[in-house]
Write a protein that binds this ligand. Sequence first.
Ligand SMILES: [Ca+2]
Ligand SMILES: [Ca+2]
Length: 162
Amino acid sequence: MTVQEKTMEMMEYEDELHVNIISGLSCRTGWHFDADTGSCYAIPTGAEGSWAEAMAYCGALGGELAIVESAGEHRFLVSLINTTKAAYPHDKDFWIGAVDILEEGVFIWAYRLSEVENFFWGRGEPNNQNGGQGCLRMESELAWAWGDGDCTSKEYFICERE
Ligand SMILES: [Ca+2]
Ligand SMILES: [Ca+2]
């Protein structure tokens, strides 16, 4: 092996090491790193709850219910659900962090108190069914596009650590 080859090999090794260190430091075990947003996401296995319970649960983990701000972030979460959904057998929906309970039709990211700007609604949503749907979720029947849901219904949920 020439010196050049050896140098190349060491540089590749260092690149690999660097990537491992970066991804290792970025998220704790059980959390998934999205390099585009720089956030870590988790779907606590087996945990189901109302929107408020989900918010509290994510808070206890040092995060918040996911704040989904771009098409790329939405796609990342869709693929996260699709690759892990075997662990969520009840075919439920997944809460994320916005509500329109203060003013019907105006969705706010609760953790930040900022208005939702980019929407990824499924067909026919939001429909505020029965006048009682104030919380945002990614819905199974909509291929994980968004719908508004009854805040008290028990769902899975996605936490985010920014
Ligand atoms: Ca986010
Ligand atoms: Ca709805």
